[in-house]
Design a protein around this ligand. Sequence first.
Ligand SMILES: *Cc1c(COP(=O)(O)O)cnc(C)c1O
Length: 259
Amino acid sequence: MSKHSDPIDAFTRYPTASTVADFQANVAAVRDRIDAAAVRVGRDPAAVRLLPVSKTVPTERVRVAIASGLRLLGENKVQEAVRKSRETTDLDVSWSIIGHLQTNKARDVASFAAEFQALDRLRVAEALDRRLQAAGRGLDVYVQVNTSAEESKFGMPPEELDAFLRALPVYSSLRVRGLMTLALLTPDETRVRECFRVLRTLRDRAREETPALIGDGELSMGMSGDYEIAVEEGATCVRVGQAIFGARSTPDSYYWPEG
Ligand SMILES: *Cc1c(COP(=O)(O)O)cnc(C)c1O
């Protein structure tokens, strides 16, 4: 069973982490499951990066998470990420933006983010590149693809990926690392797995046809409810929030508006 389903259940499944020991235990447990999933399919566990997602978590608890050893944190909303980065300048931590970006927030992202995982429009690439060039910075990016064919999700349709990748190199401050997706939010494992397979197939095709445009061909896919399936299907980065920080009360529809 995938574990997206019911919010009451989520609080039992994902207790709130508030101490360094809580965070270390949760990260170790997730890491063990990632490693086991990789080994099940003959993959090297070291090829899978765990990106902890701290969205909605108050800065005091984020600071505890950083004290437990986390060094790169994912945030969906730029404003929240900017605020937390300003509140943690005394600590050794970097930020990955994993949510949809409006062009008017490109300046913020260019100013502090270490990574942007939700690139899905050339206008955003252009806006980011302009700011980054001005700042003399580069940025690692993942191209987000909508593999679930749902109106409500961000990301480009798979059939547009090839043209998009071919158009990106002019934005020379952006370093394409690979692809990112969100699977369907459904308990139906078969349909979740299918989304991850679509992303992997797109990556494989890009590696064959336009190897210079896909970076290392990373696959960022999998969240608390489905990261083991994602690892089995080839994920090289899993973005895990609730299984590390505890359940969120904000509904997923806040991040992925229904159509
Ligand atoms: C919140 C979020 C995640 C993590 O979801 P959890 O259920 O907390 O693991 C992953 N990816 C994106 C884009 C997110 O916004």
